[in-house]
Design a protein around this ligand. Sequence first.
Ligand code: TNX
Length: 534
Amino acid sequence: PKTKSFFIIFLMYFFTSNYTFAQSIAIIPKPVSVQLTQEKFTLNSSTSILQTSASLSGNVQFLQEALHTLTPFSFPITKNTTSNFIQLSIDADKVTQKEGYQLIISKNSIQLTGHDEAGVFYGIQSLIQIAYQAQNKGFNLSGCRIEDYPRFTYRGLHLDVGRNFFPLSFLKKYIDLLAFYKINTFHWHLTDDQGWRIEIKKYPRLQSVAAFRYETIIGHKKDSPHRFDGKKYGGFYSQEEVKALVKYASEKYVTIIPEIEMPGHAQAALSAYPHLGCIGGSYKAATFWGVFEDVFCAGNDSTFTFLQDVLDEVIPLFPSKYIHIGGDECPKTRWKVCPKCQKRMKDEHLTDEHELQSYFIQKMEKYLNSKNRELIGWDEILEGGLSPKATVMSWRGEAGGIAAAKQKHNVIMTPESHLYLDYYQSLHPDEPTAAASFTPLSKVYSYEPFSTELNHEDEQYIKGVQANIWTEYTPQPAQVEYMVFPRALALSEIAWSPKTHKNYDDFLSRLRQHRNILKQKKVNFFDRFEEITY
Ligand code: TNX
């Protein structure tokens, strides 16, 4: 009887699991609406891709390559066929929301319609996710009708390449993963105290000096990932490489926002051009982490000349409407005792050093606006008065974002309490050293960008959300992947899916299906996410 009941349990399991498998699709971020049907579409050697408009050739190629990688089939592109095809088209009347798409998988065809090219691309990503899940089922795709579009226009993920330098091959993989999860913005933190990473031709010492540090970084723990070898460490991206990455990202509908830090986090720049600091003397790229007192001198006109020259070279490389100028963590100790800064304050009738910082940022904003770009900065730019059109990235909690929205400024919510991926995701003693806070997957998932302190009108200024990964403790790409995945998938769902769809258990059940996908994409993700709840 025991064996018999086991057998019955096995049969029940077999049928139910098979049933659920056939009838569910695990798309992340969760689409606005998914209706399953009893039909199925089988990908096979005669499935073709039907292209109806020339503007979709990039998308058609992308789909063809992705499906070809995943299956043994080649997916020829045709202009007319009547069955067994995947059709891509754009129809802004049928799909009314920007970046939106409709995906209908039926017996004889797959019809994907986008509001725009980006919409088609996101529909392709959903289709590929479905195809991954049909890998062990003879590529029988569940019949369905999906309607989908994003909640926020800005869906961002950041990477700090200042603290540690990362190869372009990794940045490409990172961008692919962003795109796969419908994240459309890559915030590239390019300069910091420990290194300047973008080529500026007018200032060659940024390449020869500021891009490198010579001493080792001391970690917190014996198992610290940091080097203790005393060798020269660093690197930078040439303008040609930057251009190529921007192009690569744009083909995946990812906008790259460059960040050039000012007035703080500038020690590496000062090491190359000491006259830009208040005390003018022996600066070195930092060899440990933290906030440093030597910053760009706000009383020195050459500081502004330098930064405008830098922006003159940065702007043409990045089509992004936003340019990030940092603005965070700028100690005012030097400015307080610097005669030039004090004179500037007197001349400009500024009452304190916060106002001096605000003067600094406003000057940069004017410059960016004159070049048709918009300034974005960390929430410290509120102190001493926000410059007229600035967008605020709220990182020290939500307060800055709330204040900015109430002043009718655009806001990106990226509170460290929920969206910092350099914090621990588990408290297990074996976890590698991380920044000292705890942000498990469930906590990231629980984040709601519309604070209850915002009224309906204020909410319109919240353009989106972003998660950040500072790399003090993660010098290797695999370590970054470990911190970012799967938490970035929670971010993607906050940014894309309707608020009403939020359900952590449902997210987890879909995430389980994505383990296999992440493995195939060779992502070194944190796999024990189910053990941790907040
Ligand atoms: C604060 S977040 C910083 C970074 C550090 C990070 C460490 C922000 C705008 N500034 O410079 O890397 O904390 O978590």
